[in-house]
Design a protein around this ligand. Sequence first.
Ligand SMILES: O=C(O)CCC(=O)C(=O)O
Ligand SMILES: [Fe+2]
Length: 296
Amino acid sequence: MIISNTNEIERRYKLTSQEFKSNYVNCGKPVVISGAIKNWESFDKWSLEYLQNLSPNLKIYAKKFSSKKGIELCSLTMEKYVELIKEYEESNQKTNLPPYCHDLPLFSLIPSLIEDVQPFPLDYLPKWYRYKWWRYCQFFIGASNSLTPLHFDCLLTNNIFFQLVGRKEFTILIPEDGKYCYRKGWRWFLVNPENPDFNKYPDYKNARPIKFIVNPGDILYMPPGTLHHVRSLDMSISFNIDWHTHKSSLKAMAAIKKGMPVQNLYYNFLLTMGLVFKVPPQIIFKFYKSYLNYVS
Ligand SMILES: O=C(O)CCC(=O)C(=O)O
Ligand SMILES: [Fe+2]
């Protein structure tokens, strides 16, 4: 990854797929792309109430992140979840932050939503992912102030992140700065970039965090291994796709030597079979599917 001497994210308007690949993916450089999805109907249609009305009885999972207990899951219906968020947003004290619906494969659960995100910028993705691309999308739906603590994505994939409703503040760090952030387990980090405790975590002084806001209509690209800490500034709906290139899938397989869990090696092996050895997605997806519910 290129170590840039600026602490700002690059922003590009309507980046072509060729430039995206050559200047960002191949160089391991993050970028925010605007203007690429402005015709999506989702921008007029989507809200929490819209999801609630479409599928009130849908069973979803929401997560509570805590430094002591790790990740706790709770199961509830879409109707109940949206009610919890509305209550929170309308309350004055904002004390009861609802759990965060995180990594939900919503296009597979409500296929009619796929029509609202057309034309989809498929040429940003490797060809292998284009067949039923929506199966790889994971949604993040939550109240303002929801937080995803500092981590990198567990398969060391590239990440293309679409912001639909509300704004989010990202703090990202290059993989090389992970050593200053006090890793816990495979992919989580103890430092809180919003309020770092330098007494407890003095090495964080050497880290070079990049902070920026992602607005509705923005696409954020993060290279494999990018650390990110994400705060919702508003009620928010986003989704991402974790994806490999040939190169990143091979590199990720080698990470087994660096403490990557065996379960992750299995998913990375499947993706390598697809991307490098050309096994069709129709076959791979049957085995890969459980990744979409994998909590790690
Ligand atoms: O939006 C968030 O809260 C988390 C996003 C994230 O971690 C991801 O896209 O990998
Ligand atoms: Fe992530």
